[in-house]
Design a protein around this ligand. Structure first.
Ligand SMILES: Cc1ncc(COP(=O)(O)O)c(C=O)c1O
Length: 453
């Protein structure tokens, strides 16, 4: 790392700006689960970037498909031309969605996909004569994107608080962190209890004002792969149906195969009305997002004059050609099967860390959407002292060892520490062993440094 830092410092001052004070090395190339920096150092991409590169880096078939499309047309503005990659990808995606969800709107990322869901939901309510509905209930913690609309339904305090006066305040309910609850209820009952908080909130707000409920079927960065008890999912659907509220699944991170199913909601046969997709959809080969909507929702909106929303790059042929080729890889290489099988193995390995490191409180997730949470005390779930910055330290120590993992704070961004371990879905068991060796070394170094041995 010293070596990499020196190389980074030797580079000319950057005109780019971002949040971090330090500079990371320049990337040189990437292939499979590995990335090399400009100094020739190799890293295991243990988080697929930000849980994006599901099919691994440098896939020659995807690059060839993109090159073929690039030679034909890289842009086709939708008011001037239709394009085949967008048409075909929409058809192929529709075949993978729950029954009735077969209308697709493409965009360029996750925040745009979420914004699209929020705006279509609103236009639907207006179109069917329920214009008083505008509130979107979300969960805390959660992450739905950084644009102002998506941020208004995001529950992660450091990201939302600077913008609070600019945001339309939206109601929220606690995310189902049942694993931390200390009561006599079993998980089934706890799942129902958290779902019923939605009903209580709807009644408090006035059901006629509530437009939608947005949730990540498996949590992403903000909760660290939070999975609710099985009882939660059908109860949420029942409650939404009871009050005529649309259910939006944000599958930006959990979708496109990461959990071992194309949609994470499939683990519970969930039936949302709107789905946001991005990240793994084109797996980092091109910026691409999508909203998939039930035809019953798009029809009244179209009849009322159309969706008053759009982006210049919506349905971009190059991005959609990447999306098609990525989907083809998922299907022909059985990457969902690999995510499930190798994910089970990786999960066992992560769970075994709990014997060695007492500060690992929980391991959770599905498929290759996995995370572990670090705590001061497993019995009370007390967090590690926030000033220890455990989440960031573990990431940095791993980076020094050539392993990339992803971190966030568990309790809404202010305290709590979790690490996401989400390698590309092509990872083999042998590569999991390689990743784990680096992770064990990282955690041992962290334990020594933090005095947690
Ligand atoms: C669940 C979820 N929704 C939305 C987003 C926003 O996506 P993007 O960063 O592509 O705008 C993210 C990004 O991390 C996400 O994890």
């Amino acid at each position: 790392m010293q070596h990499a830092k020196t190389a980074a410092q030797a580079r000319p001052a950057s005109h780019l700006f971002y949040q971090t004070s330090g500079r990371r090395p320049l990337i040189d190339r990437a292939e499979g689960i590995y990335i090399w920096d400009a100094q020739g150092r190799r890293y295991i991409d243990g988080s697929s970037g930000s849980m994006v590169c599901n099919i691994g880096h440098g896939n020659a078939r995807v690059l060839a498909a993109m090159q073929e499309q690039m030679a034909r047309a890289t842009i086709a503005y939708r008011l001037h031309f239709e394009n085949e990659p967008a048409e075909e990808l929409a058809r192929e995606l529709s075949a993978l969605m729950p029954a009735g969800l077969d209308r697709v709107f493409f965009c360029s990322g996750g925040s745009e996909a979420v914004e699209s869901c929020l705006k279509l939901a609103r236009q639907y309510a207006v179109a069917i004569g329920e214009a008083e509905r505008y509130k979107v209930i979300s969960r805390f913690p959660s992450y739905h994107g950084c644009t102002l609309g998506a941020l208004a339904v995001t529950g992660y305090t450091p990201l939302t608080s600077p913008f609070a006066p600019m945001l339309r305040a939206m109601p929220s309910i606690p995310a189902p962190t049942c694993y931390r609850d200390r009561d006599d209820l079993d998980m089934h009952a706890r799942g129902l209890r958290y779902a019923d908080m939605l009903e209580a909130r709807i009644l408090e707000e006035g059901p006629e004002t509530v437009l939608a409920f947005i949730m990540e079927p498996i949590g992403g960065a903000s909760t660290g792969a939070l999975v609710a008890p099985d009882s939660y999912y059908p109860r949420i659907r029942e409650i939404c149906d009871r009050y005529g509220i649309l259910l939006i699944h944000d599958e930006v991170l959990s979708g496109a195969g990461r959990s071992g199913r194309y949609l994470a909601g499939e683990h519970w046969s969930a039936r949302p009305d709107l789905i946001a997709l991005s990240k793994g959809l084109a797996a980092g080969y091109s910026p691409l997002g999508a909203m998939v909507a039930a035809r019953a929702i798009t029809a009244p909106v179209l009849a009322a004059g159309g969706f008053a929303h759009g982006h210049t790059y919506a349905g971009n042929p190059l991005a959609c050609s990447a999306g098609r080729a990525v989907l083809h890889e998922l299907q022909t290489q059985d990457l969902l099967g690999n995510a499930e099988h190798v994910g089970t193995y990786l999960r066992q390995q992560l769970e075994s860390l709990m014997d060695r490191f007492s500060f690992i409180g929980d391991v959770r997730g599905k498929g290759l959407l996995l995370a572990f949470e670090m705590v001061a005390d497993r019995a009370s779930w007390a967090t590690l002292p926030p000033e220890l910055n455990a989440y960031q330290r573990v990431v940095d120590l791993a980076y020094e060892r050539g392993l990339i993992v992803y971190c966030r704070r568990t309790r809404g961004g202010l305290a709590g520490d979790h690490i996401l371990v989400c390698p590309p879905l092509i990872i083999t068991r042998e590569q999991v062993d390689e990743l784990m060796a680096l992770l064990v070394d990282t955690l041992a170094a962290f334990a020594r440094e933090a005095g947690l041995e």
